[in-house]
Design a protein around this ligand. Sequence first.
Ligand code: DHB
Ligand code: FE
Length: 265
Amino acid sequence: NVSPRLRKITTSFIQHLHDFARENEITVDEWMAGLELMNEAGRMSNDRRNEGQLLCDIFGLESLVDEITYKLASDAKDEPTATAILGPFWRKDAPMKKMGDTIVSGIESTDRTWMHGIVTDFTTGKPVEGAVLDVWHTAPNGLYEQQDPNQPDMNLRGRFTTGKDGKYNFYCLRPVPYPIPFDGPAGRVIQALGRHPYRPAHIHFILTAPGYKPIVTQIFDRNSKYIDDDAVFAVKDSLIVDFKPYQADPKADFELPYDFRMATF
Ligand code: DHB
Ligand code: FE
């Protein structure tokens, strides 16, 4: 009892594969090299390194399916917050935090950031209560916590739940541009194409709330290198933000206001 949808896309996938092989006159050696690349990515993939997803991402595939899936989330201001790819570094069960907490542990920095805003219903403009913001970003050395034995477990990750007013606020860092891991198959492909492995500085979010469509997204630092040339093609205009120098709080060097708009199912 295969679903008609699964049968349709599997058939189409095979047709495209055959067309690709015919068009390019793929030889046995070339096919074997591709096979080895996939197998190597598979062997490397584990809790800490998601090489299969990385390969899809440098091909622009995750970004494309994000666009297809969420085509209703446009870049317009009166629409729900635009989506962006999940990427390979999300971890489930990030620590639950209280508003005003920090997600930074054991890092001295002059890029301490106070991020705050409100989660609203995009049609009514009313605050969304019980929205969970799951946030994660890289350390100043460009590594996510699970890539870096020197960071505490779950560093630079946290989940925050909004109250009646829909507001949120927490401390994080202003992240830096970051190379996707390029010592494996995805890196070899990126090199073969003559491309660089960098992503502009970004912070990841997953927003969930009872009765609302989840939003997987990222925000990007306007002044970051590679903002116009993301190795995995995820930047959207409405997701570009400004970190503002901030003097009012001895615990922060920058302020980052950002509001999220959610859509009901
Ligand atoms: C990818 C996404 C990220 O957010 C990141 O930091 C590195 C790589 C990716 O899509 O491959
Ligand atoms: Fe990332």
